[in-house]
Design a protein around this ligand. Structure first.
Ligand code: IPE
Ligand code: IPE
Ligand code: MG
Length: 228
């Protein structure tokens, strides 16, 4: 059995899931919320201390305005519901990424969700919104350059509004079939095990996570050393 893990997920494939069913892309995002709920529940029962979920990248602002608006509205309605579920399960919910471009109602729901779950310590779920690893790395580098060597990892956490650094990613999962990082946790994934599945995010859920964890368990990590 591994020590407790940091698992990160690029939740991709909502649009294609919907298209395959003749539904609008936004239905895919709604279905994605249900998958998120199941995955978080499963994570809380697994050997995971932190689950970082990529929900909206800084490049996602380039999508059609109607889709962006629908996603922001979905966040507004779902954040309070998720926070309530998390609170019951002793899960801490926080958001990483830029905060200066999110609509005000979303910001308010983020603050409420974080406050409501701040003392929960069973699992830490971090939702990445308006997140770009490169942007955060660049800002952290500027900060360290201007303020002397204050510890790069702390500056990085600060650059994407995390309250504190968390351990590196152990397992990075991407659903939806693409095999790329799309600017997610570039620094923290230095030695992450990568797991790509063709499964669209709305179909991932508990079984998907269980399978990914089983594959992870069978991997041998060496961190540049030689096998024990
Ligand atoms: C991921 O699903 C969700 C977000 C990026 C918000 P997509 O919307 O990227 O779905 P596909 O990749 O188009 O199928
Ligand atoms: C990455 O998915 C971002 C999220 C899942 C939130 P995208 O669908 O935006 O990534 P690309 O465009 O396929 O690289
Ligand atoms: Mg996509």
């Amino acid at each position: 059995m591994n020590n407790s893990l940091h698992v990160a997920i690029i939740m991709d494939g909502n649009g294609r899931w919907a298209k395959a069913r003749g539904l609008p892309r936004t239905s895919g995002h709604h279905a994605g919320v249900r998958a998120l709920r199941d995955t978080v529940e499963k994570a809380a029962q697994s050997n995971i201390h932190t689950l970082t979920l990529y929900a909206f990248s800084s490049d996602n602002w380039r999508r059609p305005k109607a889709e962006v608006t629908a996603l922001m509205q979905l966040l507004c309605t779902q954040l309070p519901l998720e926070a309530a579920r998390c609170e019951k399960q002793q899960i801490r919910l926080s958001v990483i990424g830029r905060r200066d471009r999110l609509p005000n109602p979303v910001l308010q729901e983020i603050r409420k969700a974080e406050a409501r779950t701040r003392h929960s310590n069973k699992l830490h779920v971090r939702l990445a919104l308006d997140y770009s690893a490169r942007d955060a790395l660049e800002r952290a580098a500027i900060h360290v350059g201007q303020n002397g060597n204050g510890g790069f990892v702390h500056a990085l956490a600060q650059a994407y509004n995390a309250s504190a650094p968390v351990p590196d990613v152990d397992l990075l999962i991407r659903t939806g079939g693409e095999q790329r990082l799309s600017d997610f946790l570039l620094w923290e994934c230095a030695y992450a095990e990568l797991y790509f599945t063709p499964c669209y995010w709305p179909d991932f859920g508990k079984e998907g996570l269980a399978e990914a964890l089983a594959v992870f368990d069978a991997r041998q990590r060496r961190f540049g050393g030689v096998p024990a």
